[in-house]
Design a protein around this ligand. Structure first.
Ligand code: SF4
Ligand code: SF4
Length: 436
């Protein structure tokens, strides 16, 4: 069986982003393969811990991908500050791979940034790394590729639990574990009332539902007190974002001046998206093509805007509205890096201060103990593409690692496996519930 087929069978998807099925990447032919160990979301340290403790597996998966794509070279991106991880990984790399030492900036883990830093190439507007002969994988995805090669499917997710918890830490949990079980394993919260950021405070989402579950793409779980600045900002009703923006934006354009995509040379100008709010009656139903190439990094809303407005959210809404209206913006000029780009990078420490997270900026060491979980609720859609179709029925007994959700061979998607052994308690269109 080819590596790509093994990856497909094992249900490997991008562990650090939207969950793009990895077998598609393994099946392509490229010049360069890049490992993304940048990890730039504040407080999340799971990739760092994984690189420290599992360098052999990560490098094995990375090199397997270099081989399967016939790439002539690999680049391994790690932040310069993470000396221990650099040392652990470097010892395992062969001569075909160059280490790309990254500065401690946000968002240095963005694929467009990483490809440019490592290769000097600029991905075309609205393009993907493949367009410039590159494939990029998060380091945990590389780890999962190594397991897939030995026919071990993805049943565990490596996550970081941080913020207002008693034991900030990084550990493996079965896919489908509830946030409640995960938080308990990290010693419980330090506060009674709190909100939970899933995937990070910059690009993740806020939830108050502890029955939500860990998926193959959950990177971090950040707990913050209910009265924290970030909870208050994210918890504003959506209609307020645009209504307040309509009246309070003074068009200073800081949001654009700090936008990492704008600085790389893409036509993203959030201040113009905010300007278009002024032409609507209520701040609803607007669109602006300057949102199209935004990557939703959140810097404009959470760092740049002196008025605490919501340009990122305006861009998100404009993108949706334009898509619904069947409009697509095509960049009109060549992509050219802004001469001031280096001077406008946002140091992570500065971002953490701005977000009022400095009290939570601590290590999250690897906890090798196994979490004990008696029930999981496994989503059938944890990836880009079609949801998997349930391959088991209510009442069946399944073993850990058994395929329970299947993708038909020619469709884009990823297979799903039982993360614990036990009885199938329920099967819906969206979830398979298993209890041991
Ligand atoms: S979220 Fe804001 S800063 Fe980030 S890419 Fe979009 S417009 Fe630029
Ligand atoms: S930074 Fe804030 S106030 Fe300035 S243009 Fe952007 S949204 Fe408006």
């Amino acid at each position: 069986m080819s590596l790509s087929q093994k990856i497909f069978e094992a249900g490997v998807v991008g562990a650090g982003g939207a969950g793009f099925p990895t077998h598609v990447k393994a099946n392509s032919k490229v010049e360069f393969v890049l490992a993304n160990g940048a990890e730039c979301e504040p407080l999340i340290h799971k990739d760092y811990e994984l690189m420290l403790h599992f360098p052999k597996e990560i490098v094995k998966g990375f090199e397997l991908l270099i081989e399967s794509t016939s790439a002539k070279k690999g680049f391994f991106g790690i932040k310069e500050k993470n000396e221990k991880a650099i040392s652990a990984i470097s010892k395992k790399l062969n001569g075909k791979t160059e280490l790309t030492r990254l500065g401690d900036f946000y968002p240095s883990g963005d694929e467009f940034e990483l490809v440019y830093e490592a290769t000097g190439r600029l991905i075309p507007p609205a393009g993907i790394p493949l367009d410039v002969g590159c494939v990029v994988n998060n380091v945990e995805t590389s780890y999962n590729i190594a397991l897939a090669e030995s026919n071990i499917p993805v049943t565990q997710k490596f996550i970081c639990v941080a913020g207002s918890v008693k034991k900030p830490s990084s550990f493996f949990v079965p896919v489908g574990t509830s946030f409640k079980d995960v938080i308990d394993f990290a010693g419980g919260t330090k506060v009674k009332e709190f909100g939970v950021f899933i995937g990070g405070v910059m690009m993740g989402h806020l939830t108050f539902d502890l029955n939500d579950v860990v998926t193959k793409t959950t990177a971090g779980i950040i707990i913050l007190p209910i009265d924290h600045y970030l909870i208050k900002r994210k918890n504003q009703p959506e209609e307020n974002w645009h209504r307040i923006g309509k009246s309070a934006c003074d068009q200073c354009s800081y949001c654009t001046e700090f936008c990492p995509r704008y600085l790389l040379g893409y036509q993203v100008e959030p201040h113009k998206v905010m300007r278009s709010l002024g032409f609507t009656k209520t701040g609803a139903a607007f669109w602006n093509q300057m949102a199209e190439l935004c990557c939703s990094c959140g810097l404009c809303t959470l760092y740049a805007c002196p008025e605490d407005l919501y340009p990122k959210e305006a861009c998100d809404k404009a993108k949706i509205e334009m898509r619904e209206a069947g409009m697509k913006f095509i960049q009109q000029k060549p992509v050219k890096v802004h001469p001031i780009k280096e001077g406008r990078r946002v140091p992570l420490k500065q971002l953490i201060m701005k977000l009022k997270l400095q009290d939570y900026d601590v290590e999250a060491p690897f906890n090798s103990k196994s979490i004990s979980v008696s029930k999981v609720n496994i989503p059938l859609q944890q990836h880009v593409g079609k949801p998997a179709e349930a391959a088991v029925k209510k009442g069946e007994i399944v073993e850990e690692g058994q395929m329970i959700g299947k993708i038909k061979n020619n469709e884009l998607g990823a297979n799903i496996h039982a993360s614990i052994g036990g009885k199938v308690k329920d099967v819906t269109e969206k979830f398979i519930k298993i209890e041991s």
